[in-house]
Design a protein around this ligand. Structure first.
Ligand code: NDP
Ligand code: 2IT
Length: 444
């Protein structure tokens, strides 16, 4: 049995109740197999893969808080510190009722490779809670964030572990978390990224994941001699990533005909007016169906897959496993030829394999959504320098980073004889740097 298959069996046996984690590990191990083959003996001697699939540390804690009606609630809090081999643990916090250890381990594991691809000195981690910010007052969210940080602050620090946002954690939550960290430690340091612009945040961080996704898409299309302008896209989700992906897509002359939330999607044949979505989601914290109530020509659809809509480019930007095999088949049948993942692991393994087998250009999240964490690392750099770059400076760096991620991914795919397999390319390019650092640092 190959070393990678052996390790997968070990992971599956040790983590039987963690399907998302096992899924993420399997995808990586399957695709790095050709890169392992040549160095198998060396890697085996130091149990490199055994160490890579086990987090350095996972902390889980109780988060008690009191709501506006004086009712006490208890949530679970976690931080998975997966790998610090190339830098301090780095990765977002997710607040969503579905959060559990499996989800956070899959996200933390993927983050190691994504962060490696950015070329910046950041390790991999992820954290969060099963707390649901939806429907809560600002005061309740603040109370929760303060309680969460009262435990978390013991484990993080600007050179140790630097959390940021993810699903359910945006500027509001990061502000409350930062305030509590400062109060507990007395340190004004860049311990979280995605901070407000008045207290150490970086320009472009809010837009970065969505913008980065479109920069990657542009890179991809240009290398194929195609343009973004005039292309029709479907974007799932309507949160931070989806909004700024749609905004940049529109700025590049594309037409985004549909967006969604967990209840349904809106279809606008003339192209979604992103300012209306921003107002609904960022200001009112409302539901996507309000778009159709406001815009006559738009239609709201509940209970059907957004991927049934004909489009040329699909950009899943909501959550894991939201794009299944039947969705991918529908996309292909309807003429879609490019899929780039704004979310983390939004495409199931079967759907990914189908896409690649059909020649759909498929750019995985580790490469395509790395613009968010890359800009977080730029925020860390600015905090260390006690200096702020302009919007243009950060945006240009982001574009350069996305172009270099494309190049590393395409080069690795080419080197291993699968020039169109960007899943293989991204996983191998991310892995090579990690493996080299692990070998150099000894058994730890
Ligand atoms: P947000 O919380 O801002 O938005 C999430 C969006 O996805 C919402 O529209 C939400 O709808 C929708 N959604 C969530 N769960 C589901 C579900 N089960 N089915 C359908 N829709 C769902 O999160 P982000 O935009 O920050 O994150 C989106 C994805 O991008 C995640 O996979 C995240 O890990 C990834 N990502 C985020 C980065 C960042 O910088 N924020 C960086 C890189 C990746 P609803 O409001 O109904 O819940
Ligand atoms: O999945 C991700 O890369 C993020 N949620 C962003 C992480 C970060 O540290 O900015």
């Amino acid at each position: 049995m190959s070393y990678t298959q052996e390790i997968y069996q070990l992971v599956a046996a040790k983590n039987p109740h963690e399907p998302e984690f096992c899924q993420a590990v399997k995808e990586v191990l399957d695709s790095i197999e050709p890169a392992i083959a040549a160095k198998e003996q060396k890697y085996r001697e130091v149990a490199l893969l055994e160490r890579l699939v086990e987090p350095e540390r996972t902390v889980s804690f109780r988060v008690p808080w009191v709501d506006d009606n004086n009712v006490v609630h208890v949530n679970k809090g976690y931080r998975v510190q997966f790998s610090s081999v190339i830098g301090p643990f780095k990765g977002g916090l997710r607040f969503h009722p579905s959060v559990n250890q499996s989800i956070l381990k899959f996200l933390g594991f993927e983050q190691i490779f994504k962060n490696s691809l950015t070329g910046q000195p950041i390790g991999g981690g992820k954290g969060g809670s099963d707390f649901d910010p939806k429907g809560k007052s600002d005061r309740e969210v603040m109370t929760f964030c303060q309680s969460f940080m009262t435990e978390l602050f013991k484990y993080i620090g600007a050179d140790r572990d630097v959390p940021a946002g993810d699903i359910g954690v945006g500027g509001r939550e990061i502000g409350y978390l930062y305030g509590q960290y400062k109060r507990l430690t007395g340190q004004y340091e860049g311990v979280l990224t995605g901070k407000g612009l008045t207290f150490g945040g970086s320009l472009v961080r809010m837009e970065a994941t969505g913008f980065g996704l479109i920069y990657m898409l542009e890179e991809l299309m240009n290398h194929r001699g195609e343009q973004l302008a005039g292309k029709c896209a479907v974007v799932s989700g309507s949160g931070n990533v989806a909004i700024y992906a749609a905004a940049k897509a529109e700025a590049k002359g594309m037409k985004v005909i549909a967006m969604s939330d967990s209840n349904g999607y809106v279809y606008d044949p003339q192209g979604i007016d992103i300012n209306v979505i921003k107002e609904i989601k960022e200001v009112r914290r409302g539901r996507i169906k309000e778009y159709a109530a406001q815009i006559d020509r738009a239609e709201y659809v509940e209970g059907k897959s957004i991927w049934n809509l004909p489009c040329e480019i699909a950009l899943p930007c909501a959550t894991q496993n939201e794009l299944t095999l039947s969705d991918m088949q529908a996309l292909y049948t309807n003429g879609c030829r490019v899929v780039a993942e704004g979310a983390n692991m939004p495409t199931t393994r079967e759907a990914t394999d189908y896409a690649i087998s059909k020649g759909i250009v498929f750019m995985p999240g580790k490469a395509a959504n790395a613009g968010g964490v890359a800009t977080s690392a730029l925020e860390m750099a600015q905090n260390s320098m006690r200096f702020n770059w302009t919007f243009k400076e950060v945006d240009e760096r982001l574009q350069q980073i996305m172009a270099s991620i494309y190049q590393k991914t395409a080069d690795a795919a080419m080197r291993y004889g699968s020039p169109d397999n960007y899943v293989l390319g991204a996983n191998i390019a991310g892995f090579e740097k990690i493996a080299e650092a692990m070998l150099a640092q000894g058994i730890c």
